[in-house]
Structure formats: C-alpha cells, structure tokens
Ligand binder design. Sequence first.
Ligand code: HEM
Length: 367
Amino acid sequence: MGKSTSLVRDAAESRMYEWVDERLGLDEIIEFASKKDVPQHRHSFWYYWGGITLFLFLVQLVSGILLLVYYRPGAEAYDSVRQITYDIEFGWLVRSAHSWSANLMVLAAFVHMFSVFFMKAYRKPREFGWWSGLALLGMTMVFGFSGYLLPMDELAFFATKVGLEIPASIPGVGAVIVTLVQGGDNVTSVTIQRFFALHVVILPLLFIGTLAFHLWLVQRHGNAVPPGEESKPESERRTIPFFPNFFAKDLAMWLMTLNVLAILASLYPWQLGVQADPAAPAPEGIHPEWYFMSQFQVLKVFGRWFPGVTGEIVGILLFTVGGLMWALIPLYDKDNRLAMRARNATWFGFAALIGLIVLTIWGYAEV
Ligand code: HEM
C-alpha cells in the first residue's frame, strides 16, 4: 500500500508543480536562485551578515504588524502601549521582540557594512550594492529613531529631543528641518503622528524597494572574493551553490539569531517608563540611542572645545566629510594595482571603526 500511495502522491505533486510552473515559471525562479555560487574561504563567515540583517527586518515586519493591532498614535499613544505591555496577552513579548530586534538589526547592519568594507566588496561592479546598502543603513537608523518616540514615555520624549539636537545643529537649515519633523516648536502628539506615518508607511515602502534592488544586485553579481583570496590560483578556489547549500546554512544562522532574540526579549523585557511630561525638567543622564551616540559625542566635545556655534559647525563638518569619503570609497579604491590607495582605504576602515567605538564608549562614560 505504502508504495502505491506514495506514487499517487508524487504524481499529484508533480501535476500541481506543473500547474503552478506553467503560470508563474517556477523553473526560471529556481534557476535564477541556483545560478549563484558562494565562495568558500576563511572569511566566508562574513557572508552571513547581510542575511542576518534581512532576517531581523522580517521579524520587525511581523512583530510591527502585530503591534499595529493595538497601538494608537497621537494623544493616546502612551495608554495604548501601556495596554499592550500590561493587559494584552503576550503583548509585552511582541513589544519586547520588536524593540530588541530593532537594536540587533542596526548592529547586524553595521557588522555587515564593515565586513563588506574590509572584503573590498564595494569595488567594480558592486558600487551600487554599496550605495544602496548605505541607504538601507540610513533608513534603518531613522526607523529606530522614529520608533523610539512612539510609546511617548519619559525616556522616549527626552531622548527624541536630545536626538533632534543633531540635525538642529546643521547650519542654516537645521532649525527648519527640526520644526518640520516635530510639527511645531516642541515634541508633541503631532510629532508622534508624523513619526508614526514615517515609521509604518513611508520608511517601509522606501526600504522594501531599496532592499529588492540590493538583493537583485547580489544575485546578479554574486559574492565578492576578498583580495587575499582573489590572488590564489583557480584550482585552489572553492565555491558552493547558493541554492540549496548556502541557503540551508543561512537558515541555520537565522535560527541562531532567533534564539538570541528570544533569550533577550523574554529574559530582559523591554520596559515602559512613566508617561512623558513635557513641562517637567529632563531627568539625569538623558542620551540618544547607542547608534547616534558617536555623532552626539562629537557635537558635545567640539561644542566644549569651541564654544558657541563654531563647535557644532566643526563637528557637523567633520561627520559630513567623513561620511562622504566613506560613501565614495568605490570611486577611489578601485583595485589592488594602486597598492598604496588600497592599503590606505583599509586603514581608513580601521580608523572609522575604532573612532565609532571609542566615541560611543566615551559618550556613555559621560552621561
Ligand atoms: C540594512 C539592511 C541591509 C540588508 C537587509 C542587507 C542584505 C544583504 C544581503 C542578504 C546580502 C547577500 C549576503 C551577504 O553578502 O552578506 C548583501 C550583500 C551586500 N551588501 Fe547588504 N544589506 C543591508 C545593508 C548594507 C549596508 C549598510 C551595506 C554597505 C554600505 C551593504 C552592502 C552590501 C554589498 C556591497 C553586498 C555584496 C557583498 C558581496 O558581494 O560579498 N549592505 N546585503
């Protein structure tokens, strides 16, 4: 019986496959996915980080949609988050997972960016992969910033005010940008409404479009091989097919990421403070989120060294020039023939990484 049943099932499955294939072209999709090979060498571990970032984004989508069921932007924002946290079954867990996953996603995106940088995966023909990636990182940070205000507790309110000091210090246009973003002179329920629209409509649309472009580029060009491996003879290079081999490893990484997230979200539930009182003085030690700390610290330190607006202008200028040099790296570190430039680019990467870490620690030490 077993054999004949399985034959019938196989026939039914293959008929179903053919039915869908005829209409959607499954064969072509599978062929497109398995076309790519992933290089195997001692730095292959870093190829997982784009996928980990992607996974955390998917967690954000699912948990964010669940939060939308009860969240009410505007004047009732705090009450609705209090309800999610204390009254709705498992509401605290969904909220905790969303907040932890947001932080892990920013972290994973930074790890991914620096590993791409050190593997020199921004070189021809992957320049647009680098630029679309930078846009994704920028959007991820704005996602985090806009989401942080939504519960409107004390910390959210004051951290948003402090965070807005960064754009406010841009000479000329800073004040206009901040008034536009806030919807007035202060952070109010109008600001929540604006941040909410940004967080759940505008950013997701832009992010998903840019992500599709980013992933299409990876599929088109395949993964870059770091320069050290590139110089090896063809016979010593190893690859595995992306589908199904590397994809299976990706899934294992996603499972590990899910474990880390589950441990953090359940053992360290995300807290809700007291409701924000705009008239109250800012509590001690208010600071922006960790991924804005380095910019904040630069503004603070330069403000101290050069009192008045000069300090802020110098700080903003420094970050802008550094950021531009970072974004334009594919245009001046093109290949290993210019060995000096290639080495300088790597040193630039180390300086940026160490600079960000030191400034962030320094920022925390001073709050
Ligand atoms: C924030 C969301 C992001 C997501 C979801 C994402 C996703 C991915 C995925 C799944 C891959 C293929 C696997 C891999 O090589 O790791 C990839 C590759 C790549 N990403 Fe991203 N990425 C993001 C941000 C960034 C950033 C910030 C940069 C750099 C500025 C970047 C630059 C690249 C480049 C150049 C590649 C090709 C790497 C290679 O050829 O080896 N991505 N990305």
